[in-house]
Design a protein around this ligand. Structure first.
Ligand code: HEM
Length: 137
């Protein structure tokens, strides 16, 4: 998948677009330890996702085993936060796959492949986000 979507630039763009949305979502933003500087969080997400989808292991080389549930334990993630995270990621993913006015890194997948790739990402994100819920609404 890493190759199919165009390698690291795709994941960098996805994380950048995702965090642009986090910045505008006061509920999500309030969870971040350093809301004024989301750059490092975006980089960790980009490297993690690239590694998960078959790219280089830079994330684990720097951060060790992902252990995402443990790493999210300090943050109160209820169903509402999960939904907001998924909404932001769904929008960021669509924009990154298709491109729009402020990007140059749209993938060159045809429409049929694009729908399949998008579905695979969304299935994964839904499963992962469900797994990270650690509080009730
Ligand atoms: C369900 C809603 C979620 C919320 C509210 C949430 C929130 C957060 C917060 C507050 C951080 C700390 C940022 C920082 O280190 O500065 C973080 C880190 C991170 N999140 Fe999430 N997250 C969610 C779901 C996910 C999902 C589904 C993934 C992956 C598919 C993910 C991947 C990561 C990664 C890779 C890090 C950095 C971990 C590290 O190396 O320290 N998160 N998240």
């Amino acid at each position: 998948m890493y190759q199919v979507v165009g390698g690291q630039p795709f994941f960098d763009e996805l994380a950048r677009r995702f965090y642009d949305r986090v910045r505008d979502d006061e509920v999500l933003l309030s969870l971040y330890p350093d809301p004024d500087d989301l750059g490092p969080a975006a980089e960790r997400l980009s490297l993690f996702l690239a590694q998960y989808w078959g790219g280089p292991t830079t994330y684990s080389d720097r951060r060790g085993h992902p252990r995402l549930r443990m790493r999210h334990a300090p943050y109160r993630i209820d169903l509402g936060a999960r939904d907001r995270w998924l909404d932001a990621m769904t929008a960021a993913l669509s924009a990154t796959l298709r491109g729009d006015t402020d990007t140059t890194t749209a993938t060159d997948l045809d429409d049929a492949d694009l729908v399949v790739v998008e579905r695979q990402f969304l299935d994964y994100f839904t499963m992962a986000a469900d797994h990270l819920v650690n509080a009730t609404d």
